[in-house]
Design a protein around this ligand. Sequence first.
Ligand code: FES
Ligand SMILES: [Fe+2]
Length: 404
Amino acid sequence: MTKLPYPTLPVPNRWDRRGLPGWTYHSPELFELERSELFLIHWQIVGHENDIPAPGDWLTFDMLGERALIMRGRDGIVRAFHNLCRHRGARVVDGAQGHCKGALVCPFHGWVYNLDGSLRGPSRPESFDDDMDRSEFGLKPIELQNFHGFLLIRFKPGPQPDLAELFAPYDADFAAYRADEILPASGWTGATELSVNWKSVRDVDNEGYHVAMAHPALQDLYGRTYRDLQLAGGLSISHGEFGDAPARRWSVKEYLKHHEPQDWLPPHLKNSWTYYGLFPNAVFAFTPESIQYYQEIPLDTGTTALTGRIYRRPDETRRMRIARYLAYRIDRETSEEDQQLSIWSNESMASDAFDAFHLSDLEYGVRCHHDGLREVLPVMALEEAPPEGRVGAENARLLEDKPK
Ligand code: FES
Ligand SMILES: [Fe+2]
């Protein structure tokens, strides 16, 4: 197996193998805390700069009542704003992605914004005070950073560092993959709604112990070499190498047949599918011919949207396109299998008979994710659910007691 160049955390000899208590998967009050203390203040992937190559191109990202608009200005700079008209709060753009010529016109009363978010002017300006200061009514900015072309936003300041620091262990690989060059692959932007708490999706995705049993295609492709690695800072890397043995399944055989060795990739990425996790809810996934990211967007305690985007290489050959399609087929099959596992796992959280997880060393990633959650929301460590209405207060108390 290829030696991997990552600063990996070892799995301890003995560790608490229980997962989070069941109540954390269905408490409405905890869900509110997850919204404010987790999702709104941690980096969220919203797309890639090549999704919006021209001035006036935009995309949107909605999450938990907040809505973002990411737009390329006339000056070529990509900015993020709240998709919220400063007049009465209408969406200034509607839809997932689009283009506007020259200016944004709010569909409610027609206020006009420049592509840099500044207010050009209200409609019927004579109906406002003479001294209305337009500079006070620009679209509200949202923090946005770019990592090798990927655009991430954060609705509010939070505990994670800037992306260059946070993703330092990913930097060499993203540079090697030339992630800044990738182009959106037409016809795919995932959005599936699943009736589970978002953590049940992540609990399944955070370990590869289940690959051998639950994912016959992945097992056939790279099961013999698959590794899950934990890194500091809520990062994780999963890595599986293929091609060391003949495949049995049609899609895998065809993938291996069409896979074209990409000589420009370093040895550890040449024949591998590699997944780069981002706490708390997203993953970038690279194969030699395709790139995607996927993430869980919670809708309520028991509903989660599975979303993401898929990209291709700019110099894609016909064979690479076929390989990418076959990789997508394997992924789709895998995702359906995972969705069923998430449903069962989530159901168990409401069962009186459910005691706790008893995790294997191969599921240490689940534990690390839960540790990250407990760090932000220590109330999740309580085995017994606090009464609804007291969850926030308990959490505040535990945060206060935490050794600084
Ligand atoms: S809400 Fe946008 S113009 Fe009135
Ligand atoms: Fe899986």
